[in-house]
Design a protein around this ligand. Structure first.
Ligand code: 4AD
Ligand code: MG
Length: 457
C-alpha cells in the first residue's frame, strides 16, 4: 500500500506498488510518475529511467492508466515527499487514452457527480470515502466497546415508523395489470408478501424489540425516504445509526447523543488527520477549528418552548414565523445553532401533535419526550426520543394518529410483557459526514446518491 510505503522508516531495496497514474512528467533521460492507490492522499513518485525496460514506451503510461511497479525506495531529492521509488520493473496493467475525464486540473463537484464511477480517484472523493469508511468503523467501535448489541433490522417492512407516508412500495405485481379488489384498490393480498410492503424509513421499532431483550442495542443500515425534497441535506437512500437503550430516559438519551458525536469527531481527527487537513485547506476553511470547538464545549440544551421564544424575540423575519405547535424550519434550526448559540444545540420536549406516535407523553399532556440535535452548517443531525412504554398512553397515541392497533400487535406486546422505560435516537450517517468533512452537499458524501429523479450507477 502506498500509505505504508510513504511512511517507510528507511530505504528499501525492493518495494512493489500497484495503482493508477495521476500524472507523468518527462525530462531528458527519465520520467516521473505520480501513482496513487487510494490508501492515502499522497502519491508515490516513481522515477523511470533508461535502466528500466519500460522506459522506451513511457508515453503509454498516461494519466488514468493502471500500473504495477517494483523498485528501490530511496530518499527523495525533490520537495514534497521524503521517498521516491526508482523503478526496476514497470508494467502497464491497463491503459487509459486521452478521453480519461480526470486529467490534472480542478473539476467541480457537480461535474464529478456525473462521473461517480471515476470520482473516487480524485483527491476530494478519495478523501471523502476514506473518512466515510473510518467513520463507519468508529461507530461500530463506539458501541461495541460499550457492550451494545448490533442488530440487523429488516429493509423490507410493513410498518411506517415515522408515520409520514414517505415510503417506497415494494411489489412484484405487474404495474399495468395489478389485481384489483372489490373496493377498486390494488389487491395487496395477491402480492409477494400477501400484504403491502415498503422499504424501511427506520429500524427503530424492531430495535425496540431487541432493547427489550438485550438492553443496549444499535442498528446501522440503509434507510429510504420517498420525500420529494430537493435540498443539499436530503437523500432518498441514506444510512442511519439507531441506538436503543432499555432502562433509559430522555436525559440518558441526550447524554449518549452528545458523547457519541464527540467521540466520532475525536476518532476521525486522530485517524483521518491527513484527510481532515485537506478538507480544512480546500473545502471548508475553519473546519478543524470548528470541530475542536465542538469537542471542547458542552452542547446547549433548550426546550422546544424556549427555542420558540428565542426565535420570536430574535427580531428576525423568517420565511415561516416561529410559532408554538409548528415544526421548526431549517431556517429556525440554523438561526439557533449558527447565530444564537453558535454551538450544537439539543432541543427537547416537542409538541405531541407534530411528532410520531411512539414518543413518550410528558406530564403536561401537550409535549412528548423528543429531542433533536442541531449542528452549525447542517441543522438537524440527530432525532430521537424516550418511547411510550405505557400501554394505555400508547393506545391513545395510536388512535390519535389513526393507526390500527392490530397492525402494532407486537409493538403493543412489548408494553404488556416486561415493559421498561427506553429511549433511542437516529443519527444520519451522511449528515455526520458532512459535518466532519465540511462537504456541503449530501450527494458528495455518499458513493452513489439517490435523490428525486436520480438513480444512475
Ligand atoms: O428524525 P428522523 O426521521 O428519526 C427517525 O427516523 C427515528 N426513528 C430515529 C430514532 O429515534 N431511532 O431521522 C433521524 C436522522 C435525522 O436527524 C437526519 O440526520 C437523518 O436521520 N435523516 C436524513 N438524512 C439524509 N436524508 C434524509 N432524507 C434524511 N431524513 C432523516
Ligand atoms: Mg427528525
Amino acid at each position: 500500500m502506498i500509505r505504508e510505503v510513504l511512511a517507510s522508516r528507511g530505504p528499501q531495496a525492493a518495494v512493489r506498488v500497484q495503482g493508477w497514474v495521476r500524472t507523468r512528467r518527462d525530462a531528458k533521460g527519465f520520467s516521473f510518475l505520480e501513482v496513487n492507490d487510494g490508501s492515502s492522499r499522497g502519491n508515490v513518485q516513481v522515477i523511470v529511467d533508461e535502466s528500466c525496460p519500460a522506459f522506451g514506451g513511457i508515453e503509454k503510461f498516461t494519466t488514468g492508466s493502471a500500473v504495477d511497479v517494483t523498485g528501490e525506495l530511496v530518499p527523495s531529492q525533490g520537495k514534497g515527499q521524503s521517498w521516491e521509488l526508482r523503478a526496476a520493473e514497470l508494467i502497464l496493467v491497463g491503459g487509459a487514452d486521452e478521453s480519461y475525464p480526470l486529467q490534472k486540473k480542478r473539476h467541480s463537484p457537480e461535474y464529478l457527480r456525473e462521473i461517480a464511477h471515476l470520482r473516487p480517484r480524485s483527491n476530494l472523493f478519495g478523501a471523502v470515502f476514506r473518512v466515510r469508511s473510518r467513520l463507519a468503523y468508529a461507530i461500530h467501535r463506539f458501541f461495541q466497546e460499550r457492550g451494545f448489541l448490533y442488530v440487523h433490522t429488516p429493509i423490507i417492512t410493513a410498518s411506517d415508523c415515522e408515520g409520514a407516508g414517505e415510503m417506497f412500495r415494494v411489489t412484484t405485481l405487474p404495474l399495468n395489470k395489478a389485481p384489483v379488489g372489490a373496493d377498486g384498490e390494488v389487491d395487496a393480498g395477491k402480492d409477494f408478501f400477501g400484504r403491502p410492503t415498503f422499504l424501511t424509513v427506520s429500524g427503530q421499532l424492531e430495535a425496540e424489540i431487541f432493547a427489550c431483550s438485550h438492553s443496549n442495542v444499535y442498528t446501522f443500515g440503509p434507510t429510504f425516504r420517498a420525500e420529494n425534497s430537493h435540498t443539499s441535506r436530503h437523500a432518498s437512500e441514506f444510512w442511519m445509526i439507531e441506538p436503543e437503550m432499555a432502562f433509559c430516559d430522555l436525559e440518558g438519551d441526550m447524554e449518549l447523543a452528545e458523547t457519541f458525536i464527540k467521540e466520532l469527531i475525536a476518532d476521525v481527527m486522530e485517524h483521518a488527520a491527513d484527510d481532515l487537513a485537506f478538507f480544512d485547506q480546500f473545502v471548508d476553511k475553519g473546519l478543524l477549528e470548528r470541530l475542536r470547538f465542538v469537542l471542547e464545549r458542552p452542547f446547549q440544551r433548550v426546550s422546544y418552548t424556549e427555542a420558540v421564544a428565542i426565535l420570536q424575540a430574535s427580531g428576525r423575519t423568517f420565511a415561516y414565523p416561529a410559532e408554538w405547535g409548528a415544526n421548526l424550519q431549517s431556517e429556525h434550526e440554523r438561526y439557533l445553532t449558527e447565530e444564537h448559540f453558535k454551538s450544537p444545540v439539543t432541543l427537547y420536549n416537542y409538541p405531541q401533535s407534530i411528532k410520531p406516535f411512539y414518543m413518550r407523553r410528558n406530564d403536561d399532556g401537550k409535549t412528548v419526550a423528543a429531542m433533536d440535535v442541531l449542528v452549525p452548517g447542517i441543522g438537524e443531525i440527530i432525532g430521537g426520543s424516550q418511547r411510550e412504554e405505557r400501554l394505555d398512553f400508547l393506545d391513545e397515541a395510536l388512535a390519535a394518529h389513526q393507526l390500527d392497533p392490530a397492525d402494532y400487535w407486537w409493538y403493543r406486546d412489548l408494553r404488556r410483557y416486561g415493559s421498561v422505560p427506553h429511549a433511542g435516537f437516529g443519527l444520519g450517517f451522511e449528515r455526520m459526514l458532512m459535518f466532519v468533512t465540511g462537504v456541503a452537499n449530501i450527494r458528495d458524501v455518499i458513493p452513489f446518491a439517490r435523490t428525486p429523479g436520480v438513480a444512475e450507477f
